[in-house]
Design a protein around this ligand. Structure first.
Ligand code: ATP
Ligand code: MG
Length: 402
């Protein structure tokens, strides 16, 4: 098994006076050199988790290992300064009276001056500010200041770099550019990093692995592709991308999976994850805005409830005659009016379904085997249906639906 440079095992953090833990039984591993991203709504515990990794917050359960060394467990905690962890926070506070070079040199004053100067030059070159050494923070743009803060954190060669919403006070354009840049910089420095954001595009641009958190729990720790196409919980499915669930029925037709939805049958899909067996095939299917195609000839019509202009496309919120609401991304030259009925069809390659009997609450984190099915004595293994390998999966599905 791959060695995890940072390893969290079932960690919990409870703040005094709070009824529920800020971080609840979180486990994940990050290999050396990888960038992990934590994403989730405000108050879900991202900063608390980062502070626990830094040694600034004691943990109430579980353990944290860094480079194989146990740094946190109940009753023991290696001091923050002994962990060799670097941090960049939202309010990165450069020293205003020190120039760029001296700001960056701040954490490496134990080095002989020639080595210190060389290291400052090296990290400033890495963040693209080699020629700005003698400038003062107020003479730099917000993005340049943020890169100085990054250089300052990298200078002592931390074993792990923690970044907590480092771009949140920058404007959107700059954030997007910096997100791509920072990935390049961290990779060039061979730095293992854990990055917190609540911006999905930023998470996708920066992370090798992404963790989605909600109310202290980690719902999924996965690649961006898998989070999008194989969400482990309803919360992840709705949080990543714009989507709604619609009632559907999974059927096996001639050994092929078909999902009957209010928009017609979905067939010819490349993948249909079946997290667990569904009694009678009854499930909820995720319909994302980019799965819904506007087509005047489609037999299914929907009425426009809301529309949002997004430049290249409109995000339409639509209501079907059967009452379900769906969203659709439609190229912006199709400028329809509110209340108008337009033709739509679903075009889904990766179909995401959840057991209709499962709790709809976002607090619910699916664990396999499914406890709801276990209660009824019909436990089945999770199945991932691929168009190319229908045999075994189709058999399982057959058992599940017949
Ligand atoms: N020092 C503290 N004492 C008590 N409760 C706290 C403390 N710090 C955070 N909390 C609570 O713990 C929960 C998690 O907070 P945390 O700051 O980790 O969230 P976050 O995911 O970083 O949110 P945001 O995206 O807004 O920064 C919240 O309910 C918060 O109110
Ligand atoms: Mg925070």
């Amino acid at each position: 098994m791959k060695f995890m440079f940072l390893n969290l095992s079932n960690i919990s953090v409870n703040y005094a006076g709070q009824s529920s833990p800020a971080v609840n039984q979180v486990s994940f591993g990050l290999p050396a050199g990888d960038i992990g991203v934590l994403i989730g709504p405000s108050g879900c515990g991202k900063t608390t988790l980062l502070r626990a990794v830094a040694g600034l917050e004691r943990i109430d359960a579980g353990s944290i290992k860094l480079g194989g060394e146990l740094v946190s467990q109940v009753g023991t905690s290696v001091a923050p300064e002994a962990r060799q962890v670097g941090m960049v926070f939202q309010d990165y506070a450069l020293f205003p009276h020190l120039n760029v070079g001296r700001n960056v040199a701040f954490g490496i004053d134990h080095l002989p001056s020639n080595q210190r100067a060389a290291r400052v030059a090296e990290v400033l070159a890495l963040v693209g500010l080699a020629d700005q050494t003698s400038r003062f923070p107020h003479e730099l743009s917000g993005g340049q200041q943020q890169r100085v803060a990054l250089a300052r954190a990298l200078a002592p060669r931390p074993r792990l770099l923690l970044l907590d919403e480092p771009f949140s006070n920058l404007d959107v354009d700059l954030r997007e550019r910096l997100a791509h840049e920072i990935r390049g910089i961290l990779k060039a420095a061979h730095t293992t990093a854990l990055f917190v954001t609540h911006d999905q595009l930023e998470a996708f641009a920066v992370g090798d692995m992404i963790g989605v958190m909600h109310q202290g729990s980690l719902h999924q720790w996965d690649t961006a592709y898998s989070l999008y196409h194989r969400p482990a919980t309803r919360f992840v499915a709705e949080f990543i991308g714009h989507g709604v669930f619609a009632p559907a029925v999974i059927k096996l037709v001639d050994g092929e999976v078909a999902v009957q939805t209010p928009l017609g049958d979905l067939t010819d899909m490349s993948e249909c994850p079946l997290p667990c067996a569904f009694a009678g095939g009854a499930c909820d299917v995720l319909l994302r805005a980019d799965d819904i195609v506007h087509d005047d000839d489609a037999p299914v019509k929907a009425q426009i409830l809301r529309k949002a202009f997004r430049g290249a496309d409109f995000l339409y919120t639509l209501r079907l005659a059967t009452g379900e609401t769906v969203m659709a991304l439609v190229p912006s030259h199709h400028d329809h009016t509110l209340g108008e009925w337009i033709g739509i069809r679903a075009q889904v390659d990766h179909v995401v379904t959840f057991n209709r009997d499962c709790p709809k609450s976002h607090d619910h984190v699916c664990r396999m085997p499914c406890e709801h099915i276990a209660a009824s004595g019909e436990v089945t293994q999770p199945v991932l249906w691929h168009a190319q390998v229908p045999s075994g999966a189709a058999r399982s599905l057959g058992q599940a639906t017949t």
